[in-house]
Write a new protein. Structure first.
Length: 380
C-alpha cells in the first residue's frame, strides 16, 4: 500500500530567549466597519504566546523574542487573518477581520450515518496513531464538518472554530485553527495544515512534570524541527542524522528500467507486490551543504529527487511497524523521505520553513502527527 504523505505545519518562527529581552506586540482587532471585536484570539503561530482582546478590541502579547513570526487573528464568524511580521522592536498592529460569506445564514444540520467512520479517519490522520496519540484527545469533535467524494474516495474536513485538543502525553492544551484537511484512502495520501496555539498544562505533581519533559524530549529528537535546526547549526551528523539521495522511477509496461549512471546507487527492495515504481538509493552520504545554502538573511533548501533521512539515535516505534505491516520485524533506525515541491524552499536561522506546504514527507516523518508536535519556542 502506498505510504501516507504528511505535510508539516511548522511555519517560520523564532525560538525562545529569556523573557527580560522580549518585546511587546500589541494592537486592536476590529471588523470592516471599525467595530471592536472583543475576546478575539491573537497569537503567534505554533508557539505558547498569545492573547484575547478586551471588550475594546485591544490585545497585548508581552515578552516576545525578536524574530520573524506569523501573527494569527481569529473571531467566530470571521475569516481568520495570518500576517507575517519581523519583530526587531515593540510593535503595534491594527488588525481588520472580514466577515465570512453566509456567516449569518441559518445552519441546517443533516444526520450522516458515516460520520463516526469519517471522524475516526480524521483523528487517525490529524492526531496520529502512535503511543502519544493514545493520550491526545479531540475535545470538540462536533464542530468538524466532513465532505466525502464517492468518485475519488477523498475525504475533506473543515471547522469554523478552533479545535480543542488535550495532549496529556506532552502536557499541552492546543487550540488548532484548521485551514485544510484532505485524505485519500485509495492512495494513502494525506495533507493537513493550520495554526496551533499551545498552552502548557499545570502538572498535578513534580513526577508528572518530569514525565512531560521526558516525553517532550523524545518527541523533539528525530523530528523535522530537530533536523532543520541541526542542518542550520552545521551539526547534522553529531545530532544523529545522515542524508542520502534517493531516485524513484516509474515502471513501464514491457520495459526494463536500467540503473542510473551513478554506480553508487543500489535498488531498494519494494515490499509492495504490484508496485509501479523502482527506488534507487545512493550508498554515499551527502554533505549538508549539498542540500542547503545560506544567503544574506536566511537559508535555502535545494535538492532534486528525494532526500533519504536516517535518524540513528532512536528506534522505530512498535506501533509504526505494525501499521507498516512489519509487525514481526525488529525496530530499526528511523527512516524518512523528504521531497521539495519547488526548486527551493526557504527556512530561517531557527530552522523554520517559510512555505511548509512545499515539502512532503513519507515514512517516519509522515507517521508523526499532532500528538508529537511541540511549540516552536520549545528548547531542550
Amino acid at each position: 500500500m502506498k505510504r501516507i504523505f504528511g505535510l508539516n505545519i511548522l511555519l517560520l518562527l523564532f525560538g525562545y530567549v529569556h523573557a527580560q529581552t522580549g518585546l511587546t506586540l500589541q494592537g486592536t482587532v476590529k471588523d470592516a466597519s471599525g467595530k471592536p471585536l472583543p475576546f478575539a484570539s491573537v497569537f503567534l503561530n505554533q508557539t505558547t504566546m498569545g492573547a484575547r482582546t478586551t471588550e475594546e478590541g485591544t490585545f497585548v502579547i508581552p515578552n516576545v523574542p525578536p524574530g520573524r513570526y506569523e501573527v494569527i487573528a481569529s473571531y467566530l464568524g470571521y475569516e481568520p487573518l495570518m500576517q507575517p511580521v519581523n519583530l526587531e522592536g515593540n510593535r503595534t498592529m491594527a488588525i481588520v477581520l472580514q466577515q465570512k460569506p453566509g456567516a449569518l445564514k441559518e445552519l441546517v444540520v443533516r444526520p450522516d450515518k458515516d460520520r463516526e467512520y469519517y471522524l475516526r479517519q480524521f483523528k487517525d490522520i490529524f492526531i496520529g496513531q502512535g503511543a502519544f496519540a493514545k493520550n491526545c484527545k479531540l475535545l470538540n469533535p462536533d464542530i468538524v464538518d466532513f465532505e466525502f467524494n464517492p468518485q475519488s474516495g477523498e475525504l475533506k474536513a473543515k471547522a469554523d472554530d478552533f479545535l480543542e485538543i488535550a495532549n496529556a502525553s506532552l502536557g499541552y492544551n492546543i487550540r488548532f485553527l484548521l485551514i485544510h484537511f484532505q485524505y485519500s484512502p485509495r492512495t494513502g495520501y494525506s495533507m493537513y495544515y493550520g495554526n496551533p496555539l499551545f498552552e502548557p498544562m499545570k502538572p498535578r505533581n513534580r513526577s508528572q512534570q518530569k514525565r512531560w519533559e521526558k516525553n517532550r524530549e523524545k518527541a523533539y529528537h528525530g523530528s523535522t524541527v530537530h533536523f532543520y535546526r541541526s542542518l542550520v547549526a552545521g551539526n547534522l551528523k553529531n545530532e544523529g542524522f545522515t542524508i542520502r539521495k534517493l531516485m524513484r522511477r516509474e515502471r513501464e509496461r514491457n520495459s526494463v528500467i536500467n540503473a542510473p549512471a551513478d554506480s553508487a546507487m543500489g535498488i531498494i527492495p519494494n515490499k509492495r507486490l504490484f508496485s509501479n515504481s523502482v527506488s534507487y538509493l545512493s550508498r554515499q552520504e551527502l554533505p549538508a551543504d549539498s542540500v542547503f545554502r545560506k544567503d544574506s538573511t536566511d537559508f535555502v533548501l535545494h535538492f532534486s529527487e528525494h532526500l533519504y533521512v536516517v535518524y540513528g539515535k532512536e528506534k522505530e516505534e512498535r506501533l509504526y511497524l505494525e501499521k507498516q505491516q512489519r509487525g514481526n520485524d525488529k525496530p530499526g533506525v528511523q527512516v524518512s523521505l523528504m521531497k521539495l515541491l519547488e526548486p527551493e524552499v526557504r527556512l530561517d536561522r531557527n530552522g523554520n520553513l517559510e512555505a511548509p506546504m512545499n515539502v512532503i514527507f513519507e515514512q517516519y516523518w509522515a507517521w508523526e502527527k499532532l500528538a508529537e508536535m511541540l511549540p516552536l519556542d520549545y528548547r531542550l
